[in-house]
Design a protein. Structure first.
Length: 226
């Protein structure tokens, strides 16, 4: 995974170098044979990382914070085309894996700020964030990254009041059992009928593994833990 991410960021650096001085409104080139102007293709354009930043971590942080600078959230031809808007979000989440929690949170909030330029785009990216960050089957599933989106959407007048009910529940769940915090206590029943509470377990470390006995992936995880 680390190799793939480093390859991705290297690709970003090459792309930004190649795209230096070019923006979404690329100059229209003439067609010598037809004498007609060719309409530039809609695409996502990355900002150019300053040459003064040479440390990979600093370049990743800068890219995370400026990733959406050249993206027009009012342009439906960009926002609602999966190969442009949605793919850009997926690549953005890959970049955030190379940043710290503080920068990642600020970058997610900055993205939502920019998406606020258009109500339809805002709702679309809020939904996409849920698809990629909240769905446990997503390779980007990460409640920590999702929290800034939820907080932004709940505070925004662009979010439908009914939708806020669902998002508020998600935020409550995401803020439960956060890394580094005391785990919520609960009661359990053993196979022999005895009851207990997690808080009464006297051990230096406790591993909780929730699984479906008929799940093949769960079986592999159990074998790995053993």
């Amino acid at each position: 995974m680390k190799n793939r991410i480093y390859i991705l960021i290297a690709g970003f650096l090459l792309i930004t170098a190649a795209c230096s001085g070019h923006h979404t409104n690329t100059a229209i080139s003439g067609n010598a044979s037809a004498g007609k102007a060719r309409v530039p293709e809609k695409r996502f354009v990355l900002p150019q990382i300053p040459d003064s930043l040479t440390v990979p971590a600093e370049r990743a942080d800068w890219l995370a914070m400026h990733y959406w600078d050249l993206f027009d959230f009012k342009d439906t031809a960009l926002v609602f085309r999966p190969e442009i808007g949605e793919q850009a979000l997926a690549d953005f989440l890959d970049v955030l894996r190379m940043t710290g929690e503080k920068i990642a949170g600020e970058a997610m909030a900055a993205m939502m700020d920019r998406a606020s330029a258009d109500s339809a785009a805002y709702r679309h990216f809020t939904a996409l964030a849920g698809k990629y960050l909240y769905d446990v089957n997503s390779p980007f599933s990460d409640e920590t990254r999702y929290v800034p989106v939820l907080q932004h959407a709940l505070a925004s007048p662009l979010t439908d009041p009914t939708e806020k009910i669902r998002l508020r529940h998600r935020l409550t769940m995401a803020m439960t059992n956060r890394p580094g915090e005391r785990a919520a206590d609960f009661e359990y029943i053993l196979a022999d009928g005895r009851k207990g509470r997690m808080s009464r377990i006297k051990a230096r470390y406790t591993v909780l593994f929730f699984n479906d006995p008929g799940c093949e992936d769960c079986r592999r995880v159990k074998d790995y833990i053993a």
